[in-house]
Design a binder for this molecule. Structure first.
Ligand code: ZN
Length: 138
């Protein structure tokens, strides 16, 4: 498979507004997009540094994946997302090599990207996301 760069780092936060203050006020980054992903029961805020994004995730439902994550582990890094060429092919390859997939078929994530997750039990404890940007082929 062909990973090109770290697309984003997903960070679970209790409160999007409060967290944005840190990223903007202290780190001097600019939040360029806030988006709700209903499917994932989250509200997201995006920052860009180089070609990598920071994706803050606030849960909109305690039973959603981020709500459960924060309840168990508190705020912090939630997942690492790699940009990959040919997402479906990469998933197939990972599966053939014995990696447990959360999504065997790509779905729509924030920013209109096609995304899929690999299970952290197969990835040394790091919830791993693959993203493919079909709108913006580099
Ligand atoms: Zn993500």
């Amino acid at each position: 498979m062909n990973l090109t760069h770290i697309e984003h780092i997903g960070i679970a936060v209790n409160n999007l507004e409060e967290s944005i203050k840190y990223y903007e006020g202290i780190l001097g980054l600019k939040c360029y997009s806030i988006e709700e992903v209903k499917d994932q029961k989250v509200k997201t805020a995006f920052f860009k540094i180089g070609q990598t994004k920071i994706e803050l995730l606030e849960s909109t439902d305690p039973e959603g994946p981020i709500g459960k994550f924060i309840e168990k582990k508190g705020e912090g890094i939630h997942h690492l997302a790699f940009h990959v060429e040919n997402l479906q092919g990469a998933l197939k390859e990972a599966e053939e090599k014995g990696i447990r997939l959360i999504d065997s078929v790509p779905r729509k994530g924030a920013e209109g990207l096609n995304i899929a997750f690999l299970h952290p039990k197969s990835t040394n404890g790091v919830l791993t996301e693959f993203c493919e940007d079909l709108n913006n082929k580099e």
